[in-house]
Design a protein around this ligand. Sequence first.
Ligand code: AMP
Length: 190
Amino acid sequence: MTNVHTTRTFGTGTNEAVRPAVLAYVGLGSNLGDRVGNLRKALEMIDCENGVGILRVSSFCESEPLGPKDQPDFINAVAEVQTSLAPRSLLEALQRIELEMGRARARRWGPRLIDLDILLYGDLVVSEPDLVIPHRLMHLRGFVLEPLCELIPEAEHPARGLRFCELLDRVERAAGGRRLSPVQAPVCAR
Ligand code: AMP
């Protein structure tokens, strides 16, 4: 992956004073209310965070919910961001945005106004109880891999040694070749 500076030698804490900028990828999802509007709002809020700037945004695509089916379909996208925040500070910023937007934490895999996940943070691999990077299930999820492949098809999953386009092929073959439906052109913050 083309990160601005390698991140391998850094910790994940919030109290490091100066950090070089890193390319990170944030997954966005919404299946309540104005789903496209929610993604746009979250993108604006991410871009307004100190130490985070959105560089590119994938297409928006629609996918069926995982788990309980008695809920609306999701709209998903991936944003490429440049950030000087430590991984944990980035997670906190995303969680603050989720709360400010009114997300209530309810049942697992239930409906949500907005869901923001750190998918990748440079080439960093983190495995802590409340922070796993690359995101724990991203290699299995078409709604993450498809938008991510639009942005960085040739990049490799830092922990699995496979390119994201190869992982997407596998997921699509397992789903009988089904692709997600594009929703509309991306809303790029810059
Ligand atoms: P969710 O309900 O899917 O938003 O999951 C939120 C929980 O996942 C939080 O408690 C986070 O601490 C944890 N988590 C672990 N790794 C990540 C990650 N890469 N991005 C976002 N949340 C994460």
